[in-house]
Ligand binder design. Structure first.
Ligand code: GLU
Length: 294
């Protein structure tokens, strides 16, 4: 009996760790909220939802290599993280249970085409709302505001912010807003583009590049996975309001997703989902930003 108690204490201590040190594991399923599923015909007038009901499942675009946000378990094929929870709470209000959602990984550079071609019904994956993208797709939200940051090797001394990037190799995902910002505002940096941030991080660890730049939310996840090797430096130097991408013409879908976000922000699901996912990186839940029904 005493041995069992001791083991339980040790497991608990390991799970808690030092204050500010994120636990090494991903979201714990027991801490995740469950969402009440609306009737199937709850939302009318959306061609995207009509098609989804016809095929019996919703196809949601996401990321699969962003810890705490959107991560695919290679053994089970299951996706988890804050963005995945946002996708599920919205789906519930649209009349789709979690088992009726098929997640599909889409890289940053391919999001607009995936939405335009009907490869996905909506997209939830650290997707910054901006005017250029609004010409191609619709956006519900924002549901969170991130900021661009820099990830470097633990022993790095020379890089404290974007002003120090001249002559340095900086990696980001092609087609992303952080990539575009370095290109435009810090042209002295040598910019390297990959499909994914995890490819950038591999290149940072093997010293092929000097820094990785993207949203602080994403970088915190990689730093937490390799705290002896990687660190974030400087202050966030942009605002990245995260939206849910929708097919541009489907205004009924966009309105329904905005209603769903508002509902789950008000009933506490948003905060519960944050605490069980992104909150594990040590940053307390902010107040969700106001929804922009443009
Ligand atoms: N939020 C930024 C963007 O949408 C960077 C993260 C990403 O590539 O998903 O471009």
């Amino acid at each position: 009996m005493r041995r069992i108690v001791l083991v339980a204490v040790l497991v608990l201590a390991a799970a808690c760790g030092k204050p500010g040190t994120p636990p090494p594991k991903g979201p714990q399923p027991s801490a995740l909220p469950t969402y009440r599923v609306n009737s199937a015909d709850a939302v009318q007038g959306s061609p995207t939802l009509d098609a989804a009901r016809g095929r019996g499942r919703l196809v949601v675009g996401a990321k699969e290599d962003q810890p705490y946000l959107g991560q695919k378990n290679p053994a089970t094929g299951t996706y988890s993280g804050f963005d995945i929870e946002i996708a599920k709470m919205v789906a519930a209000d649209l009349g789709f249970a979690p088992e009726q959602i098929q997640f599909r990984t889409i890289a940053s550079a391919n999001r607009e085409t995936a939405l335009q071609n009907g490869q996905v019904d909506y997209y939830v994956g650290t997707y910054t709302i901006n005017d250029n993208r609004k010409k191609l797709v619709g956006f519900a939200g924002p549901y969170y505001i991130a900021g661009q940051g820099l990830l470097v090797r633990q022993q790095e001394q020379d890089i404290d912010g974007p002003q120090d990037l001249a002559g340095k190799k900086v990696c980001s995902a092609a087609g992303s807003t952080p990539y575009q910002r370095i290109q435009k505002d810090y042209p002295q940096a040598t910019l390297v583009g990959y499909d994914t941030y995890s490819a950038c991080v591999d290149n940072l660890i093997t010293a092929q590049v000097d820094a990785v730049t993207t949203d602080d939310t994403i970088l915190m996840g990689y730093a937490a996975k390799a705290p002896d090797e990687l660190k974030l430096v400087g202050q966030p130097f942009s605002k990245e309001p995260y939206g849910i991408g929708t097919p541009r013409g489907d205004t009924a879908l966009r309105a329904a997703i905005n209603d769903a976000l508002q509902n789950h922000e008000q009933n506490g699901d948003w905060k519960k989902a944050y605490d069980a996912t992104l909150g594990l990186s040590g940053v307390p839940a902010p107040t969700p930003p106001p929804i922009d029904r443009y």
